[in-house]
Design a protein around this ligand. Structure first.
Ligand code: SAH
Ligand code: SF4
Ligand code: F3S
Length: 453
């Protein structure tokens, strides 16, 4: 049976889709090119904003047409919207065969085999522990090793930010045992994967499951994990997403800045630059605390780069609140950020407040922040011209395949023309000197003599 998985949402969903694919292959299924030549199609869904849900529902409608031509096809949904609305969707969408929750990935092969035999709609939404057998392993079946691998270090989230549906759909925080994470990283390194990308909704709270934010002088299990992974031979770069500012203690700052392999780039979700709005969002830090983290990190690692998430148009957000966000973003100097227009989610605390910022105002604030970002990114990248960086090579550039593309430690995309005498491969490290830049891309010249591996 051929399968195709379409993924919406965040990196956690990408990782879950990979786990599901690996499991299906283990059970004798083969990957299809796309949905049209698949016998099994699974949508891995996201609920974080209304738009994310609408996309998947639109796709499900389209898949119904496909089923008319290929009546044997099996359709399923997994992921966050499946967890929250699976029962309702199974009832209302005739061609939907199964819906499984965010902790039920390990059951996919068995459920699909049952449906193929009995044609009965199936649902499974139970919660599991932090580890489910089989789904943390990566596949190395002769295919080229990736240059970077996602490693999930915890499930769920217990923060209950007032706007956010994630704790409801992903369940409470459950950290994986450190030994098991280290073993997975060792396997990846042994297969030549140079970069480990740690995933969790609240990675700075790794090992502190369901506890209130610690004082600034508390120990940091996440910091210990970073040190443990950095000690593995073959691991060259470590990245992670997303840490929560309230758990970013001094011990974590120390572990971060003193561990060379940990990339000097932090995606640190801010959400708002107004202390009043942060309170309403149930984000237990204020702007002073946020700045104290970014300032301490920058003092210890001067070339560091930050990105963030910001929501515009949260209930009651005034022009003054918005301007405070703008000013704070400028002060930190983010040259990358994800800006979201507030979208009320059923069952969350803020959904009980009136969604009182008009859509046009949300749109306008969104555009203003994007323009600010572009201006800052352009200026920041210009300053890098003339400097030399080590890149982890990711492959031929999408726009022009004669050029190759890679990332700096600070997660900036840089392109360069390879030297035909020294062919490069995905996963290599090269040094380039930046000769030109735009707001989104650095253009570099290869320094072949210093090729580092
Ligand atoms: N765990 C991560 C983020 C997960 S969701 C963290 O805490 O940073 C990714 C981003 O989506 C959030 O950071 C937030 O900016 C945005 N988001 C979450 N719920 C939203 C909502 N109801 N409306 C708009 N944006 C939302
Ligand atoms: Fe959502 Fe907040 Fe948890 Fe992030 S920390 S997933 S924004 S509840
Ligand atoms: Fe979406 Fe679930 Fe990720 S709601 S953002 S896919 S955790």
């Amino acid at each position: 049976m051929k399968f195709y998985i379409k993924t919406y949402g965040c990196q956690m969903n990408l990782r879950d889709s990979d786990s599901a694919a690996a499991l299906l292959i283990e059970h004798g299924f083969t990957p299809a090119e796309g949905e049209a030549d698949a016998d099994l199609v699974i949508l891995n869904t996201c609920s974080v904003r209304d738009q994310a849900e609408r996309k998947a529902i639109g796709k499900l409608g389209f898949l119904g047409k496909l089923k008319r031509e290929r009546p044997w096809m099996i359709f399923g949904i997994m992921g966050c919207m499946a967890q929250s609305r699976g029962t309702e969707l199974l009832k209302s969408i005739r061609h939907l065969d199964f819906a499984i929750g965010t902790d039920q990935i390990h059951r996919i092969p068995e459920i699909v085999e049952q449906i193929a035999a009995k044609h009965e709609k199936t649902a499974s939404f139970d919660r599991a522990s932090a580890e489910t057998p089989g789904i943390d392993s990566h596949r190395f079946d002769g295919a080229e090793s990736p240059h970077s691998a996602f490693v999930s270090i915890m499930r769920g989230c217990s923060r209950y930010c007032s706007y956010c549906i994630v704790p409801f759909v992903r369940g409470p925080e459950r950290s994986r045992p450190m030994d098991s994470i280290l073993a997975e990283c060792r396997t990846l390194a042994a297969h030549g994967v140079p970069e480990i990308f740690l995933l969790g909704q609240n990675v700075s709270a790794y090992g502190l499951d369901n506890t209130a934010p610690p004082p600034d002088d508390a120990p940091s299990p996440f910091g210990e994990l970073l040190k443990g992974i950095a000690a593995i031979d073959g691991v060259r770069r470590i990245r992670f997403t997303s840490p929560h500012p309230a758990y970013f203690t001094q011990a974590l700052i120390d572990a971060f800045t003193q561990t060379d392999k940990v990339c000097k780039y932090v995606h640190l979700p801010l959400q708002s630059g107004s202390d009043r709005i942060l309170k309403l969002m149930n984000r237990p830090y204020d702007t002073a605390k946020y700045l104290s983290i970014t300032d301490r990190l920058r003092a210890a690692a001067p070339g560091i780069s930050f990105s963030t998430d910001v929501i515009v148009g949260f209930p009651t957000e005034t022009e003054a609140d918005f301007q405070a966000t703008r000013a704070l973003m400028d002060r930190v100097g983010f040259d990358n950020a994800f800006i979201f227009k507030y979208s009320p989610r059923k069952g969350t605390r803020s959904a009980q407040m009136p969604d009182d910022v008009p859509q046009e105002v949300k749109e306008e604030r969104n555009q203003i922040l994007l323009a600010d970002l572009e201006r800052r990114a352009e200026a920041a990248n210009k300053k890098l011209v003339g400097q030399t960086f080590e890149l982890l090579v990711e492959g031929p550039s999408k726009r022009n395949s004669a050029r190759w593309s890679g990332r700096t430690e600070t997660f900036k995309q840089a392109v360069f023309t390879p030297d035909p005498a020294h062919p490069v491969q995905c996963g290599d490290f090269v040094r380039v000197k930046i000769v030109r830049s735009t707001a989104t891309t650095l253009y570099g010249e290869l320094i072949p003599a210093e090729k580092t591996n």
